[in-house]
Design a protein around this ligand. Structure first.
Ligand code: KG4
Ligand code: ZN
Length: 345
């Protein structure tokens, strides 16, 4: 049996979670997520404010996770923490707190790559999810298509050439005067939109690329974002056009992501696709990917919103995988604003 504490402080959520692994079964004993509302008034995450808010929250959040699990710090076998990528000051709060626990309790410290956490998230709700599969990871900071022949061995098939998917949703939300973070507001607004009124060009789908060409799998949102900006500027009645612009943007983004995911799965003959990251909360996206992939006999797994967005349970889960491989970090574990996805082939 292994009891592991996960800590996540890479952006604007202070989160702690305890997982217990027993005979191959993994239970989420507790999951506490404290979202920093303060950034709303600035229309985006302010790094310095994020670090200070993590500092205030980290002790009570970990304490609450222990209490919810009816455990004490002495029951832990290991502590896993996000150490990259993310806001450096924010990451350091979690990393240093995890080091403190590791040193005080003489338990292993594990450094987790945030995106590997997103990759593992769906498995917490469906333990039948096992490689090989194709994964689409769509968050506020990253957009990755990963081929997973086995856990710990990853092939990056495609990625964004500019903005991340969530970042594009958030920027479009801002252009439409919606609150931050805007992804879910764009989705809600788009429901009332007419898909014919703003038929934006699907990014990176028109080019005649071959499956051997990176452009065949890569994604881009900057052109689409500019098209939205132009539509907003040219509108003589933005209130009337807003839902239609939101719809046009979302349809274009969803079509591009769906097609690229389909291509990555086809390329490696995968019949299972696993989604992860905050944008996986977008029901229009997950439905479109399901429809496209199920038509060729593939299965699509999507985490529920609590585990799709940033949370420490996914960090504890990825940490557990590294713990079982005895990949422990030393007490000089560093935080990095950016870092390559681990285990790349
Ligand atoms: O994975 P996540 O919680 O944090 C990062 O690692 O960045 O993702 C947050 C992103 C934000 O950009 C947010 O707007 C987006 O996920 N998001 C959505 C939806 N829900 C959250 N984007 C589109 N549609 C949604 N329903
Ligand atoms: Zn994330």
């Amino acid at each position: 049996m292994t009891t592991i504490l996960g800590i996540e402080t890479s952006c604007d959520e202070t989160s702690a979670s305890i997982l217990i692994e027993k005979d191959g079964n993994i239970d989420i004993k507790s999951l506490v997520i404290l979202s920093q509302d303060v950034h709303r008034i600035f229309g985006g995450v302010v790094p310095e404010i994020a670090s200070r808010a993590h500092l205030k929250a980290i002790v009570p959040v970990v304490q609450q996770a222990l209490e919810d699990a009816s455990l004490t710090i002495d029951d832990l076998d290991a502590v896993a923490v996000t150490h990259a990528p993310g806001l450096i000051g924010a990451l350091l709060v979690g990393v240093n707190y995890a080091k403190g626990i590791s040193l005080a309790k003489s338990i292993p410290l594990i450094g987790v790559h945030h995106m590997e956490g997103h990759l593992f998230a769906a498995t917490l709700e469906d333990q039948n999810i096992k490689p090989p599969f194709t994964s689409l990871l769509v968050s506020g900071g990253h957009t990755l298509l990963v081929d997973v022949p086995e856990w710990g061995t990853y092939r990056i098939v495609g990625s964004t050439r500019d903005d991340a998917a969530g970042e594009a949703f958030d920027k479009v939300a801002k252009l439409l005067g919606l609150p931050y973070p805007g992804g879910r507001h764009v989705e809600t607004l788009a429901r009332a939109g007419n898909p014919q009124l703003f038929p934006f060009k699907r990014p990176m789908l028109t080019k005649k690329a071959a499956p051997t060409d990176p452009a065949y799998y890569d994604i881009s949102f900057s052109g689409l974002k500019t098209a939205v900006l132009n539509a907003v500027k040219q509108s003589d009645n933005l209130e009337r056009d807003k839902p239609h612009i939101a719809r046009g943007f979302q349809d274009a983004a969803v079509d591009a992501l769906t097609e690229k995911t389909f291509r990555a799965a086809q390329q490696y003959n995968r019949t299972h696709v696993v989604l992860g990251g905050g944008v996986a909360c977008n029901v229009t996206l997950s439905k479109a990917i399901k429809a496209r992939l199920e038509a060729v006999g593939a299965v699509v797994s999507t985490p529920t919103p609590r585990l799709a967005t940033d949370n420490a349970a996914m960090i504890a889960r990825a940490g557990l995988f590294r713990y079982q491989r005895r990949e422990f970090a030393a007490l000089d574990l560093k935080a990095y604003a950016s870092a390559p996805f681990p285990g790349q082939i």
